[in-house]
Ligand binder design. Sequence first.
Ligand code: THU
Length: 130
Amino acid sequence: MIDREVEERLIAEAFRSRGNAVSKRSGFSVGAAIEAEDGTIYGGCNVENSTYGLTVCAERVAIWKALSEGVRRFRAVAVVTGADEPTPPCGACRQILWEFAGDVPVVSATAGGKRRLYRMSDLLPEPFEF
Ligand code: THU
C-alpha cells in the first residue's frame, strides 16, 4: 500500500522526470521516482547512449540519485511509461531495488492513466543476497 497522496506525488515526479528521458535509440521513454523514509522524492529517467549496452533505466537513475545523497531507507517506488499497459521494473532494476529499498510497493502507471501496484517480494522471489 502507498498512501494516496504520496502515490500521486510519486507518479507526478516520475512523469516530470520522464520528460527528460534520453531515449531516442529505443523511442521508449521511462520515468521513475522513489520516496525516501523522510518523504523526499527523487526522480529519474532512462538514459541511453550510442553503445546501447550502457543504457541505465529510470529506476536505477532515481535510486542512484538518492543513494548518492546519502539516503539509505526507502518507502515506495513509481515507474511510468507511454506503454498501453503498466510495466514493472526490468530484472536488473528489481535486483537493485531489492538490495537498496527492500520489500517496498512499486506503482506502475501509463500515460493513458492505467495503474498497477506490485510489491518487490512478488517481483523478485528468491533474490540473490550477499
Ligand atoms: N527501461 C527503463 O528505464 N526501465 C525499465 O524498467 C525497463 C526499461 C528503459 C531502458 C531503455 O532505455 C528503454 O526503456 C527500452 O528498454
